[in-house]
Write a protein that binds this ligand. Structure first.
Ligand code: SAH
Length: 453
């Protein structure tokens, strides 16, 4: 039996689904961050977990040749990138093998992983950033990311995943907060004004949105703050005040005020221009989203006369792209801000064969099935929690020829594919697209077709 504080040496036998290394001590498993398969390491056992123990890495006795240089000062504390210590090729192998294993474990699906499309230059790709603020021990305001499972901010200057201009804006915000005495919000005392800043960046348009999440309807230095920020960074095209006075770790509140510009940014994706508001969903990696959408449409081999549904459509990006290849598209999405953006996006791109409905995808699909509506193709792209039984059963009920399932969580996707298979729809191959380099996350895409009896 492993004991807390025990020092253990050994070889990393495998990696888990979130990129942690697993070291065995007898039958006990010790999970270690930032290590690589086959590395020999020394760790201290620090905590009992449900599945084994957590180990703190003390020394890498024999490093792997797959270990790369980490150009990030806060990598040890920040939990955002789990794989940054691996060379790009090793990250590719890790994600590909992960997908291959998932397919192998789900024996009843007879699914194969056809590959993983990696990003050419996998840095500065995030187009949405969430920053917190705190005073440090010397009473200086620091901007940073929340440490995993805590309220502590890890200060940072530059992040390898952020566009450089955005990190410069964050530094200016800190300076202005000091000058204008704008207090960072403190979660424990619930005092202070500025809770978070969200930045959204248009990769093609270069437009930047700043969302100031404030703990009050009042924002005393508002005008001066906005003027000074825009003057220092003319790339900022809009600034939004979001009001969140609740005791919650959810970043955004319901109420919003546009302080500068139009309240949204625009960006071009797959040749179409999209408006993106503060609360709307937009894929965070522009280059790889284009790769994903193109592959998805290719897989569908559309003929031009199809009627398709884009379920969980966000601001309508994939549906509007697909509209160029088919007769008619419907998009369904639960978030009303996204639907507002989606409708405006169709109008501004002169896409006339698409309409959007704000509804729960499952309820909407159920109505379609009850009314015996016909659909040729369903594209579905649910959140990390996956789809649900109501949606899947009703989707099968409308008997589409093809269902294209895009997912940002292969585990819930596999779970849903099992139900689809029971109901007569199956896929042969999973394609991985790396939308999230340096993290354990991976996007996947599977084409399902009705089993012919
Ligand atoms: N297809 C889009 C968005 C995918 S993200 C794109 O590629 O950009 C998943 C989306 O599902 C989010 O916009 C979220 O708001 C939406 N969503 C979550 N639960 C939903 C539900 N029950 N019904 C409909 N949409 C939902």
């Amino acid at each position: 039996m492993v004991k807390i504080k025990q020092i253990i040496e050994g070889k990393i036998a495998s990696l888990d689904e979130v990129g942690n290394g697993i070291l065995y001590s007898g039958k006990d498993r010790i999970f270690v961050r930032h290590v690589i398969l086959n590395e020999v390491v020394r760790v201290r056992v620090v905590k009992k977990l449900q599945k084994g123990y957590a180990g703190e890495l003390l020394e890498i006795i024999k490093p792997s040749e797959n270990r790369g240089k980490v150009n990030c000062g806060i990598y040890d504390r920040c939990g955002s990138c789990q794989l940054l210590h691996m060379k790009e090729q090793a990250q590719h192998t890790y994600k590909l093998e992960y997908l291959q294993n998932l397919c192998k474990q789900a024996k009843e699906l007879s699914l194969k992983c056809e590959g993983l499309l990696s990003m050419e230059d996998p840095y500065h790709y995030r187009n949405k950033m969430i920053i917190g603020f705190q005073r440090d021990k010397r009473k200086k305001i620091r901007a940073g990311f929340y440490e995993e499972f805590s309220h502590t901010i890890i200060p940072y200057q530059n992040c390898l995943l952020h566009p450089k201009e955005c990190d410069e804006i964050v530094q200016t915000i800190v300076k202005l907060m000091e000058q204008m005495r704008i207090e960072p919000y403190d979660e424990d005392s619930r005092r202070g004004l500025l809770r978070h800043v969200i930045l959204r960046y248009g990769e093609v348009s270069k437009q930047i949105m700043v969302v100031l999440v404030v703990n009050s309807v009042q924002f005393p230095a508002r005008r001066n703050f906005v003027n000074a920020l825009v003057k220092a960074h003319p790339q900022i095209t809009t600034i939004v005040q979001n009001i969140n006075t609740r005791k919650t770790s959810i970043v955004l509140g319901n109420e919003e005020r546009v302080l500068y510009g139009k309240g949204y940014i625009e960006d071009t994706l797959c040749g179409l221009t999209f408006r993106i508001s503060a609360k709307s969903f937009y894929q965070i990696n522009h280059a790889q989203t284009e790769v994903l959408y193109k592959k998805a449409i290719e897989k569908l081999q559309l003929k031009g006369n199809e009627k398709i549904l884009d379920a969980y459509c966000g601001i309508g990006t994939i549906g509007m792209y697909a509209a160029g290849f088919v007769k008619e598209v419907m998009g369904v999405e639960i978030n009303k801000d996204s639907i507002k953006d989606a409708k405006d996006n169709a109008y501004r791109n002169h896409v006339k064969n698409i309409r959007f409905i704000c509804d729960d995808a499952g309820s909407f699909m159920q109505k379609m099935a009850q009314q015996k509506e016909k659909l040729d193709v369903v594209i579905m792209d649910p959140p990390r929690s996956g789809s649900d039984e109501c949606f899947i059963r009703s989707a099968v009920g409308v008997k589409p020829k093809k269902i294209l399932y895009i997912s940002c969580n292969p585990q819930t996707q596999i779970r849903d594919l099992k139900l689809f298979k029971k109901l007569g729809y199956e896929g042969k191959e999973v394609l991985g697209v790396d939308l999230f380099p340096h993290t354990f996350h991976v996007e996947t895409c599977v084409l399902l077709q009705r089993r012919t009896m």
